[in-house]
Design a protein around this ligand. Structure first.
Ligand code: NAD
Length: 389
């Protein structure tokens, strides 16, 4: 298949591009490098050094003989998006190219507006480009489990069978997300469902859990193929951040009681899920949703697992929760769709965590410790002037 990976310079886009290329697909990547720009803005950097996209692509060719084409540009630029689709003519487009940090979207008005404009407009341009150029193209779009929030009923895969006053319908599962970033994904999901319904597009929305891990079989072929490893309080996902805190001898920063439960997934399963979704496309007119997570854990249990695996002293600090979220809640998620397509999940294990400790130890001198503490508070909408100075 010809597969275009949007956001192919990011934490997940890069290893996914390599995996799809290794599976024998013709792969191209697109990115505008804004993720690298956020690092400059926040004064942080990936713990593991990452090469430029050009060097990465060259290294992949040297190692495997396989080529990956590059498109450099911004999805919110419709001309760029249309030209890229026309030129590459993909069978599937995998769309990772969004601003993905909830805390970043909650810094202030400017960051909330940026996040929603970047994400919603980029996806809308893409939907139009596919509809006008080739509606056969399968859109595989990354959503998030955070779209659902923590409802007091079981979370289904995108749709809900409903009976109301004696009548039945199948409706999009009601969403109650916890940040302007998560809301941007909800808006995307609605736009995609609408495009499938009116234009007969085919789309798969992958509501992904929090990803952990940093290595896949392809990224470890060469240091130049490494993907990002973020530890800061804005972009660092929870387990990766705890690993680095343990290595530094810092307390693991658990927000509030830590009883908040979330869906999680190993990065090796992320790349496999994308492959399965591409190779088993949705039907024309179908808006298909999978919950891309393999297990649920509370933040407190994730901290305990990291602490038990670490060969040394680890303390846990319960900070005042900077987010507005329920700490005690029901959480039961259906996530069978990808398993039915062939996913054999990696469950969180000591081996994985130990290998992450090794990665973190190798680069520990690159940590900027101040970046570990949360600086964004959900309850302060007026922080804008500070950040604009
Ligand atoms: P990332 O920030 O590392 O990668 C996203 C990439 O997209 C970056 O390289 C960025 O430069 C690029 N990008 C952003 N806006 C763009 C635009 N307008 N035009 C072109 N390129 C643009 O993020 P990630 O962790 O790899 O996440 C990828 C996707 O998966 C995101 O959509 C995210 O919401 C979703 N997701 C991630 C996680 C996780 O734990 N990392 C969990 C659930 C869902």
């Amino acid at each position: 298949m010809r597969i275009l990976v949007l956001g192919g310079d990011g934490y997940l886009g890069w290893p996914t591009a390599l995996h799809l290329s290794q599976c024998g697909h013709e792969v191209a990547v697109a990115d505008n490098f804004v993720r690298r720009q956020y690092d400059l803005e926040l004064g942080v950097d990936s713990l593991v050094p990452i090469e430029s996209l050009h060097t990465r692509v060259t290294a992949w060719q040297e190692r495997t003989g396989k080529t990956i084409e590059m498109f450099i540009g911004d999805l919110t630029d419709a001309d760029f998006t249309y030209e890229m689709i026309r030129e590459f003519r993909p069978d599937a487009v995998v769309h990772f190219a969004e601003q993905r940090a909830a805390p970043y979207s909650m810094i202030d008005r400017k960051h909330a507006v940026y996040t929603q404009t970047n994400n919603v407009v980029g996806t809308l341009n893409l939907l139009y480009a596919i509809a006008e150029i080739d509606p056969e193209i399968h859109l595989v779009k990354l959503g998030t489990m955070g779209e659902y929030g923590t409802p007091n009923i079981d979370i289904e895969e995108g749709w809900l069978e409903l009976e109301h006053k004696g009548r039945k319908d199948r409706v999009l599962y009601p969403k109650r997300p916890g940040s302007f970033y998560h809301l941007s994904k909800v808006h995307d999901s609605h736009n995609m469902e609408f495009a499938c319904r009116i234009w007969g597009l085919r789309a798969t929305d992958l509501n992904q859990g929090v990803v952990y891990g940093q290595e896949t079989p392809e990224t470890t072929l060469d240091d130049r193929l490494a993907t990002r490893f973020d530890y800061d309080a804005v972009f660092g996902t929870v387990l990766n951040r705890f690993v680095i805190q343990a290595v530094l001898g810092h307390p693991l920063t658990v927000y509030g009681s830590g009883t908040q439960t979330r869906g999680i997934i190993d990065i090796r399963d992320t790349v496999r899920c994308i492959q399965l979704a591409c190779e088993n496309p949705a039907e024309r007119g179908e808006f298909r949703v999978f919950n891309q997570m393999t297990e649920s854990m509370s933040v407190r249990d994730i901290a305990a697992t990291v602490s038990e695996s670490f060969p040394g002293e680890v303390t846990i600090d319960n900070l005042d929760n900077p987010r507005v979220e329920k700490e005690e809640h029901y959480y039961k998620v259906t996530h069978t769709g990808l398993v039915e397509l062939g996913l054999v999940p990696h469950m969180l294990s000591d081996t994985l965590i130990t290998s992450l400790f090794d990665v973190a130890k190798r680069h520990v001198d690159r940590v900027r410790e101040a970046a570990l503490m949360p600086g964004v508070n959900w309850r302060s909408p007026g922080a804008e002037r500070t950040s604009e100075r």
